[in-house]
Design a protein around this ligand. Structure first.
Ligand SMILES: [Zn+2]
Length: 206
């Protein structure tokens, strides 16, 4: 079927997004066709401003519109704890738990030698520089990379360079890693052996 040019263009743009197939792209475009113009304008503006007003926080590399991100600028946060995550969405996930009050460092990727990603290709050098010139002594660094092969490789590498940094900067912070375990609501019967084994390894006092 021959569609109006602007509608076809919108469908093509949606289809180019990750996780969106042809059908969903069409459904979204036709949905927007029925949305009031005022909402469409706000949507379009958000797209236009996305890259022009968003920058990275110079300390943790979280996204911000200001000089510092809202987390680094918050004086109630514990500045002696840093949680290392792969992406901004991971930070958002941890923030949603409301159980963490420290700072972050976003790597924007993972060490993945098979795909040509080394430690220098993600923000590990920036992390090292940050720890070296951190004004207050750091108490703990939490490695919150993903529990998959690349996340694990990244975590092992981070552990190595953080241990070396402790000696170099004469700091004695704890290096911790998010626990592996069974997801809430899961049953042991159906858990894969890898997850179950890790949950046993990392069992805690009750
Ligand atoms: Zn920040």
């Amino acid at each position: 079927m021959h569609l109006p040019r602007s509608l076809q263009e919108l469908i093509d743009q949606f289809e180019a997004l990750p996780g969106i197939g042809k059908k969903t792209a069409g459904r979204l475009a036709f949905y927007l066709l029925n949305v009031p113009q005022e909402r469409l304008s706000r949507f379009a503006n958000a797209l236009l401003e996305l890259k022009t007003t968003t920058k990275k926080c110079p300390q943790c590399f979280n996204l911000t519109e200001d000089d510092m991100c809202s987390i680094c600028a918050d004086t109630h946060r514990d500045t002696q704890v840093i949680c290392i995550v792969e992406e901004v969405l991971d930070l958002i996930g941890i923030e949603q738990t409301r159980k963490y009050n420290g700072l972050y460092h976003i790597l924007y990727g993972r060490v993945d030698p098979l795909n040509g990603m080394g430690p220098e290709d993600i923000l590990i050098p920036q992390l090292v520089a940050r720890i070296e010139k951190h004004e207050k002594p750091i108490r703990e660094i939490i490695i919150a990379t993903n529990p998959n092969m690349e996340g694990e490789t990244t975590a092992m590498y981070l552990k190595k360079i953080l241990s070396e940094l402790q000696v170099k900067t004469k700091q004695t912070f704890t290096i911790s890693r998010l626990a592996y375990g069974l997801p809430m609501g899961a049953s042991i019967e159906y858990a894969d052996y890898g997850t179950l084994g890790k949950a046993l390894d990392n069992r805690g006092a009750f």
